[in-house]
Design a protein around this ligand. Structure first.
Ligand SMILES: [Zn+2]
Length: 251
């Protein structure tokens, strides 16, 4: 098992490194394959030893080796987060077969990319949301978890409710969130998507509150909802069946 944990951890680190490219380039409309990774300031093309997840950041002391431009802490943070979530998918999604695990890893990768892009730009690029729609359609066909009609019901109900919110309360909810939550509903199905929205709201209240108390932010300061939806989706993905057991036990 330790070998598998190591495998998924390293896979996640490497994939996280790729997600950093996605997070930087997709909102700018740049290709994610070419040109190779380079410093946005001086154009220095990164050499092999500068592309190793986390380790390169430490070796370079968080700076470009040529011009000294500070490299955002987001780079190692995304790599470590991806590594951690890949390991958790392996450890907690024990009921899934190999195809299911691969789909879950892809799902988590899309969530990380969308969450960090939303934080940086207040946008959820359609191309990445479509990625979730695609695996959300494949998932029930290949793994029967959730069943296909529950998957469609998840997309329809969550998308419907959020459409109403976006229509009547456009300041608080963007159409990007509507499309995102419908895609999540497709992947998580019913009742998973309802739990995901519940946890997203809970996280939003806690973090929104902390921002006001600790950072003295204004209540009206905009805060993207995408990262909370992604967080809620990860909680349900990893602990969904266990959460149901706990709720069942309590009632
Ligand atoms: Zn540079």
């Amino acid at each position: 098992m330790l070998l598998y944990v190591l495998f998924f951890g390293v896979l996640g680190l490497v994939f996280g490194s790729f997600l950093n490219v996605v997070i930087w380039r997709v909102p700018r409309g740049e290709s994610i394959v070419s040109p190779g990774s380079h410093c946005p300031e001086c154009g220095h093309i990164l050499r092999f030893w500068e592309l190793i997840p986390v380790i390169s950041f430490l070796l370079l002391k968080g700076k470009c080796s040529r011009c000294g431009l500070k490299i955002s802490l987001r780079y190692p943070a995304v790599e470590i987060l991806t590594g951690l979530l890949f390991v958790l998918v392996y450890l907690f999604r024990t009921e899934r077969n190999m195809i299911g695990i691969i789909l879950d890893l892809a799902f988590v990768a899309f969530l990380i990319a969308l969450a960090f892009i939303d934080i940086a730009t207040f946008r959820l690029p359609d191309v990445l949301v479509l990625g979730i729609v695609l695996i959300g359609l494949i998932n029930p066909l290949l793994t029967k978890d959730p069943l296909f009609w529950l998957s469609l019901l998840g997309a329809g109900t969550a998308g419907g409710v959020f459409t109403l919110i976006a229509y009547f309360y456009p300041e608080g909810m963007g159409w990007g969130d509507v499309k995102f939550v419908a895609a999540l509903g497709l992947y998580l199905g019913v009742p998973g998507i309802f739990s995901a929205v519940f946890f997203a709201s809970l996280l939003g209240v806690i973090i929104g509150g902390l921002r006001i108390i600790v950072y003295k932010k204004d209540f009206k300061d905009p805060i993207p909802f995408g990262p909370f939806l992604a967080g809620g989706a990860v909680i349900v993905l990893l602990f969904g069946s266990k959460l149901r057991d706990i709720l069942f036990f309590l009632t």
